[in-house]
Design a protein around this ligand. Sequence first.
Ligand code: UDX
Length: 480
Amino acid sequence: MKIIVVGTGFVGLPHAAVLAEAGHEVYAYDIDQNKIDAYRSGDRERIEEIVNEPGLVEAIEETKDRYLFFTSDLAPIIEGTDIVFMCLPTPPKRDGSTDLSYYTNAAHRLGELLAKRQDERRVVLVNKSTVPIGTARVLQKILEEHGVKNFGVASNPEFLAQGGAIEGSRRPDRVVVGADTEEDFDRLRRVYSQFVNHVRIRYLETTPETAESIKYVANTLLLTYISFWNGIGARLGEIYPNLRMEDLKIGVTSDSRISTWGSYVSNGAGGSCFGKDIQSLIYQLNRAGRSTDLLQAVYNINEYQKTYLIDRAVYEAGFNFNNKKVALLGLAFKKRTNDMRDSSALKAVEALLARGVSEIRAYDPLAMNEAQRTWFNPEKNHLFSRITYHESPREAIEGSDAVYISTDWEEFRGLATTIEKAAPPPYLIIDGRRMLPDYRQLVAKGYAYLAVGDVYLKPEAPAEKTGANGQERVPAAAEA
Ligand code: UDX
């Protein structure tokens, strides 16, 4: 198959590389010449600066210039194309609707070129990135407007999680293809021949509208699991000191009908998909006059959770953030990625700055460049100059008054020793991911500990050691 992948971000680049591995002739197209130059160079650092996925650089190396080609010019590659995968950004607008301008711009350009092609063979345009239900028809109309002949449109949503894009593309749980004609289904079967009739992979053929809906329903259901645990499990844990959260999880999820995924409490879910998709689905349902109470609650609980621990630190632990230095551990939206889109840490930074901290001492194993370059540029907001960047958790903690753990990086599990060495009590530990198995030892030594899904633990050390963090010393309401 001759395949064009339009858009080479988190979705398009891994998809192109894995299609090339399967032996197709793949042209990865992007409007951004810098990206194309980086991919062409094969240079690991340059590629990972744009898309950081395990196995991606190796997959590119393996296929580049034999099966996989990079270009920023569509015109010379259009002739003889069997399939075009649309992998373009579809960011949210303020009202929750989806900005389809990148998508429609690319569709118009493709329409112009496809209308002029010499060959008569059928071309199928396939939506891979998440687009509102009905977008396959939008694409169809655009191509018709341009007078394109002999084409089909299809929806083939991706279900990849960050950090697993290559593995997930090589061995997906399911492949969903929504198309209108047998000819187009057959075309997609040839693209995915290794997955058709596979014993462990569900290969589902349906209508484009169903395929588009599957993506939204799946993602909002996953976020519903997370918000269910954050909205109920976490609240119970905060009320009952003797409630063991980990046992609650085991007891509940031992029922084979109940998912273990999503059943841990956290400081909220981030990432490029969940927030955007739920807002878009709310918008799509509202526009059709349908009620969205459940989705709205799921969304609100998740957003609330992102700063809730900072509020609890004030109201329950009596901690006054004004003029304090806070170490912020973890900036990425989850472990093993440098992606900070919709990360809970962004909301934490906003909340900490609003509460008047004098310094946020940030550390993340992967996202430091991303943070400085993209998110916390002081030109955008002068308060961002209060963020300092550190080489290790220890360096970030030294000299701080409190630590906030925002991302579930495995290396944070060993933080108890680091905290003891770097920051003597009085000191407040805010644990958004329940990363410290040894927290009781710290409390016994005079540290204050506030974790998601747990009651606030006051320091157990003698009263004179209890300082800024202890309820005894600081009347919470006065401080707040
Ligand atoms: C998600 C979906 O999993 C994927 O199927 C879809 O295609 C895109 O969106 P991703 O954004 O990569 O993938 O992240 P995921 O691993 O699902 O985690 C999302 C967020 O939820 C992260 O912030 C994570 O830390 C958080 N999370 C996850 C929880 O807070 N609790 C959990 O139990 C699981």
